[in-house]
Design a protein around this ligand. Sequence first.
Ligand SMILES: Nc1ncnc2c1ncn2[C@@H]1O[C@H](COP(=O)(O)OP(=O)(O)O)[C@@H](O)[C@H]1O
Ligand SMILES: [Mg+2]
Length: 326
Amino acid sequence: MGDYIISVEGLVKRFKDVVAVDNISFKVRRGEIYGLLGPNGAGKTTTINILITLLKPTSGKAFIDGIDVVEEPDKVRKKIGVVFQDPTLDNFLTAYENLYIHGRIYGLSGRELDERIKEALEFVELRQYANKVVRYFSGGMRRRLEIARALLHEPEILFLDEPTIGLDPQSRNKVWEYVGSVRREKGVTIFMTTHYMDEAEFLCDRIAVMDHGKIIAEGSPEELKSMVGSDIIIMKFNDSQRAVCLEDSLNGVIRSCRPISGNRIELVVTDAVKVLPKIFEVFERRGAVIDEVSYRRPTLNEVFLYLTGRELRDSLEESPRPTRRW
Ligand SMILES: Nc1ncnc2c1ncn2[C@@H]1O[C@H](COP(=O)(O)OP(=O)(O)O)[C@@H](O)[C@H]1O
Ligand SMILES: [Mg+2]
């Protein structure tokens, strides 16, 4: 069905007076990793739930491989695998049994099912834990098992809602590794949500930045960064008295400046290479001794700040909702 495997047009979802998804449109190419990046409450899970046929949109259209998610949900479900935001494993069954039940639901049985379970467990390096009860698994192992389960019926698209939420750094890296190889080795399209900027940047070919139910920007990580149109220069001085911004002298050279910890200042400029000589000159004239200078491209956090005036980082502090919605 053409180059786009997911197509969303003017999608809206209202819960009474809350507009969770506010008229969004986007298209996902076959074989890409596409991410919805946004803070808690942005509407990411609601969007995914519509795409995977668990929620009906208030208005608008969504197609999976050309199939309308409202008109033909059963057909859509055959094409997709899902890892939900909240864990959905049965803790009292073994890893093997969890996959077995899932396989039976999808009409698999006998030797074929057995082989697929073993292969899926192998893929996420859990084969040796096949007959262990899930209750004793770490958070990372559970996540890996859920990925294995989502792949069991060989879906064309894998949906991952916050795949590494609450995981330690090592487990996150493992999950990232598997997500990468699902696409590479199995050619599966991946649609994911995250509120982690590093995760979106590391995994996604394209990102839709979502806030208050709307998509406020879309593009590759590099494209999003170039929207900010700026570099960040960090200068460290030998003396805290000197770590001041000299905004008057740098007027027209820099966009903004703020002191940060450790005798340092952070300058936002359009093109670091062009303006660094002028900046050195201004500070040297004032007798400041510069210990260290570095500059870098903006991060996705700065993209979010540029787009919304808020830091995406701030939203990470919110505690997760206490109640499960499943
Ligand atoms: N079943 C529901 N009933 C009422 N409000 C909901 C429901 N599900 C989500 N919401 C609200 O919709 C908004 C978006 O939520 P959600 O899609 O879970 O965001 P995200 O996944 O980006 O954190 C939030 O304000 C949330 O409180
Ligand atoms: Mg969510």
